[in-house]
Design a protein around this ligand. Structure first.
Ligand SMILES: Nc1ncnc2c1ncn2[C@@H]1O[C@H](COP(=O)(O)OP(=O)(O)OP(=O)(O)O)[C@@H](O)[C@H]1O
Length: 305
């Protein structure tokens, strides 16, 4: 069993604090690292893979520091976000180079096996420059898997993949998690994380914001107050009806938007009550849209919770 242990880890670049006092344990199975762009996901993954030293705190693998520890590197595979690859190599040569760097006894066979795992055998002898984005992603994956690591770290692995490739990679990662490997992938898309991860760590503005399974994270998001932008045939009458109802805790009129901004007490109740109240008041609803549903606002709610 392999566990990554991150204890009060921070990393700064000059005066930019990318990761701020983060503590978490990542064990076997599939974990999703969720956070908006710039949250510090890549920096955290680079510390977990031994590419970066923490500025303070520790990042260990089964209690041994990862930074400058060749033994730990042998157990870790990293699929970086960066696109830069050696385009003049074939897929086979690229994966083989990593197999050789790891000093594997039969690097050729290991490279072929890893390419087969990601279903790239047929294109293995073509130059990487001719590959699609999804194929490049798969070759990076084969390269990370060639030494059969017990920990696999993937930085935004689904970016640029078509739905079929995405499903295929999800199946593969699920299988690895089921086999007892420690798999962590980062994403800024909640739906992606929901489909794959049994455990989710949320990071926002460098800080650890929440942790748990999808249901717990979702609950944190839906239990918070919600704001809606509402336009109707008679905003004044609708506002009076809404404010008298317990599903609504506040209303203001946004002159710029020419709409009501309604603060709902809870998401489920408000969305069932609104049409009923409007109908009873003889008001036609023209627009109902969440005014703060962006991932960023959900995250900032999680951080302040
Ligand atoms: N080498 C660097 N030098 C200076 N600042 C950096 C460096 N790398 C990252 N940062 C800053 O650290 C913060 C976190 O960046 P990081 O790439 O880890 O976030 P991220 O969550 O992976 O975002 P993205 O998904 O957009 O890559 C950002 O503010 C970023 O600008």
């Amino acid at each position: 069993m392999t566990t990554l242990h991150i204890a009060a880890a921070s990393r700064w670049y000059g005066n930019v604090v990318a990761v701020n006092d983060v503590s978490m344990d990542i064990g076997p199975g599939v974990t999703g690292l969720l956070g908006p762009n710039g949250a510090g996901k890549s920096t955290l993954i680079h510390m977990m893979s031994g590419f970066l030293a923490p500025s303070s705190g520790t990042v260990t693998l089964d209690d041994r520091p990862i930074w400058r520890n060749a033994e730990a590197y042998r157990q870790i595979g990293l699929v970086p976000e960066r696109e830069g690859m050696y385009d003049y190599l074939s897929g086979q040569e690229f994966v083989l180079a990593n197999a050789e760097l790891h000093g594997l006894p039969d690097p050729g066979a290991a490279a072929r096996a890893a390419l087969a795992t990601v279903e790239m055998e047929d294109a293995a002898d073509r130059r990487i420059s001719t590959y699609s984005k999804g194929m490049r992603q798969r070759v990076k994956m084969a390269s990370a898997l060639v030494h059969e690591p017990s920990v696999l770290l993937l930085d935004e692995p689904f970016n640029g993949m078509d739905p079929r490739q995405r499903m295929h990679l999800m199946d593969l990662l699920r299988r690895m998690g089921d086999d007892g490997r420690t798999v962590l992938f980062s994403s800024h898309i909640l739906e992606e994380v929901e489909q794959l991860a049994t455990h989710i760590e949320v990071i926002v503005a460098g800080r650890h914001a929440a942790s748990g399974d999808y249901r717990r994270i979702r609950r944190l998001m839906t239990d918070r107050p919600h704001r809606y932008l509402v336009r109707s045939s008679d905003d004044r009458t609708l506002a009076a009806a809404l404010i008298a109802d317990p599903s609504t805790s506040g209303i203001e009129f946004d002159a710029g938007e020419e709409a009501l901004i309604v603060q709902a007490v809870d998401f489920g109740r408000f969305t069932t009550r609104l049409p009923v109240l409007a109908r009873d008041a003889g008001v036609r609803l023209l627009t109902v849209s969440p005014s703060d549903e962006s991932l960023e606002s959900v995250f900032s709610y999680l951080v302040s919770a």
